[in-house]
Write a protein that binds this ligand. Sequence first.
Ligand code: PNS
Length: 164
Amino acid sequence: MRKAVYPGSFDPVTLGHLDIIERSARMSDWLIIGVLNNNSKTPLFSVEERVNMLKKMTSHLPNVEVKSFGGLLIDFMRANGADVVIRGLRAITDFEYELQMAQTNRVMAPEIDTVFLTTNLKYSYLSSSIVKEIAYYDGDISEFLAPEIAECVREKMSERKKNG
Ligand code: PNS
């Protein structure tokens, strides 16, 4: 059984992520979406909220599971018996960081390989950070996120602004 992990922050999940999830779910027997629980970053959404949003968006995919993880990705992979990491590559600017992560992970865990999927051209410019910036200034984010997720982002942003 080919078990893969698609790790990320998913703060929030974008249409670009969903495209990678659907395509990688077709290529693996079992796909775990690993949502990073990193205390040193201050995400817009809590890890539980990010996991729940991803569960909702992937409920139509029978071989996809969503879990959070902390610590090293390779430890999460080993604990789940997975040996393929999936990452999306948008542009050449992603390459250096992605190569560094993939090479480092391979030194630490030679049995684990990283597979890169080139993102759909439609989403090659898209990032969660840009979406959050647009939402912060009340711009239209409906082209970038599923409608339910866009609603969550708008709500969260207005809460944030109210509370300073
Ligand atoms: O969506 P992101 O923020 O680009 O995802 C980055 C992620 C979660 C894949 C990366 O930060 C990660 O794997 N973090 C876990 C810690 C780890 O294993 N670090 C060593 C990788 S070289």
